[in-house]
Design a protein around this ligand. Structure first.
Ligand code: ADP
Ligand code: MG
Length: 527
């Protein structure tokens, strides 16, 4: 096993990685980081979600000096990615005096010029805006000794190759060039041949992975009330033992704390615990004195407890392999098990990848409503009471109080008051708040209308669109609303509650091989 401390990294960088909660390098990171630190050119190929950003980000930050000049430039296809990569680089450089700056179209150029003047060591930009700055001579790249082309295949698809070549012509030939991509179309290989110096290639391919035969479901949730959604799901399930997965150690700690505070029998397990602490938690879990084990992938590796009834992916797994590893913790020794995955709109595409790769039949479920949870709780309460009434001798004190009260009040009311006293704590005040607001889109009531930049010219048929939407977000085809296909664009309406999921999973995908772009439509008459 490789750990981050195996790499020749400064303590400042290692500490920052620790703070990010990364337990161990992902395969692409394990392979790339030492090679990049040695200084050669490198091509890294791995699927989305495998940690390519930190694969170049860690050695990039490691090699920067505080000198007031731009030493590295990262090119990304979109503004979202530029912001995301800049954020990750900022976290890695938390303990170094390094400034990062994302520059992208759509943001005021004078603001960026001002920020550049203050001195930055690394810029992350989209090709168009970087070129803009080069033409205005507001960006000086003569000291750049590292160029990263991130998501190169996406940049190719978006027609940025010429821009990239122009940018490269401004760079020092002595630089180190890194290229990361999920796929390697011939144009990207050609780009690498022309502009890279004897690059080594790291490809993390994936083996066929097949998920075991257990029931698999996913819930569409929103970041803002993910925790409440989890609690409702837990409350409406008959859990014998459950393992809840989080992506990072910090995530484990945070979730453990809130679940404990809400009265769940839960404890956390991650790589930072001592062997004695781990043993203690595992013993409690095996004995059933805790009902939920909250763990990272690494910590849960090799756990073999036979009566785990539920595996819950609170954070979606990084890749199909880890999905398969995680859910393999249930359904052991021939018992039944269920795997549940919480998916936020942004993670919808990752979910589709996992589903395709593992060929799993995953059903989409709705988070239980408060009423459903209440009903389920009533049932559980009734069962508990019946077993008390049937089996246990009541304490003398309780019997006496009950006898006194039933002399004055109806027995039914006395019992209800006692239940209220014992169980009243929750109130259902959490709203269904979510952060997507598509505004007025000219849709029918309860629906959201989207605009697609392709139409008959891409040979799109209503049934293609219905299939794509129903498969990728798990709604029945008939739930898709009105579809209007024109020569070069299309409108489609979908139910409000799944609109964010449709938006995140379909924008920038392909239909009939054609890249589509999807946006909320403008109200009619204003298009
Ligand atoms: P890619 O560029 O390959 O699509 P990203 O670099 O965006 O993937 O990483 C996906 C997610 O995984 C990010 O949230 C990132 O913070 C997280 N991540 C990356 N490396 C690790 C790691 N070693 N341990 C835990 N999480 C990681
Ligand atoms: Mg990436």
């Amino acid at each position: 096993m490789t750990v981050f401390t195996d790499f020749p990294l400064h303590k400042s960088v290692l500490d920052a990685i620790q703070d990010m909660g990364f337990e161990e390098p992902s395969p692409i990171q394990a392979a790339c980081i030492p090679k990049i630190l040695e200084g050669g050119d490198l091509i890294g190929q791995a699927q989305t979600g495998t940690g390519k950003t930190a694969a170049f980000g860690i050695p990039l930050i490691e090699r920067l000096t505080p000198a007031n000049k731009i030493q590295a430039i990262v090119l990304t296809p979109t503004r979202e990615l530029a912001i995301q990569v800049a954020g990750e680089l900022r976290r890695i450089s938390k303990y170094k005096r390094i400034r990062t700056l994302p520059i992208y179209g759509g943001q005021s150029i004078s603001h960026q010029i001002r920020a550049l003047k203050q001195g930055v060591q690394v810029v992350i930009g989209t090709p168009g805006r970087v070129l803009d700055h080069l033409r205005r001579k507001t960006l000086r790249l003569e000291n750049v000794n590292m160029l990263v082309l991130d998501e190169a295949d996406e940049m190719l698809d978006m027609g940025f190759i010429e821009d990239i070549e122009t940018i490269i012509s401004h760079l020092n030939a002595e630089r180190q060039t890194l290229l990361f991509s999920a796929t390697m179309p011939p144009e990207i290989k050609r780009l690498a041949q022309r502009y890279m110096n004897n690059p080594s290639t790291v490809a993390v391919s994936r083996e066929e992975v097949t998920a075991p035969l257990i029931e698999q479901v996913y819930y569409k949730v929103f970041d803002r009330n993910k925790l409440d959604s989890l609690c409702r799901i837990l409350d409406s399930e008959d859990v014998e033992l459950g393992i809840i997965f989080c992506r990072t150690k910090r995530g484990v700690d945070e979730l453990t704390e809130v679940l404990q505070a809400r009265g769940y029998l839960a404890d956390g397990l991650h790589g930072d615990l001592s062997q004695a602490q781990r043993d203690k938690v595992m013993k409690a879990f095996r004995e059933g004195s805790i009902e939920f084990l909250i763990a990272t992938d690494v910590a849960a590796r090799g756990i073999d407890v036979s009566n785990v009834s539920h595996v819950i992916n609170y954070d979606i797994p990084q890749d199909p392999e880890s999905y398969v590893h995680r859910i393999g913790r249930t359904g052991r020794a021939g018992r039944k098990g269920i795997a549940m995955t919480l998916v936020t709109p942004r993670e919808m595409r990752q979910m589709v990848v996992i589903q395709k790769q593992t060929k799993a039949a995953m059903l989409s479920r709705n988070v239980p409503t408060l009423e459903e949870v209440a009903e389920r709780k009533q049932e559980q309460l009734r069962e508990q009471l019946i077993s008390l009434l049937d089996n246990d001798a009541m304490a003398e004190m309780y019997l006496k109080v009950a006898a006194d009260l039933t002399a004055t009040y109806p027995a039914e009311k006395v019992a209800a008051a006692a239940l209220h006293l014992a169980f009243h704590s929750e109130s259902g005040e959490d709203g269904e708040a979510e952060s997507y607001n598509f505004g007025e889109t000219g849709a029918a009531k309860g629906m959201v209308r989207f605009f697609l930049n392709v139409g008959r010219n891409a040979n799109i048929k209503p049934q293609d669109l219905v299939r794509e939407i129903s498969e990728s977000v798990g709604i029945p085809g008939k739930a898709v609303g009105r579809i209007d296909i024109f020569e070069s664009f299309t409108f489609v309406e979908v139910p409000e509650e799944v609109a964010p999921f449709v938006y995140e999973s379909l924008r920038q995908t392909r239909i009939n091989g054609k890249r589509i772009n999807l946006e909320p439509a403008k109200p009619r008459g204003r298009k």
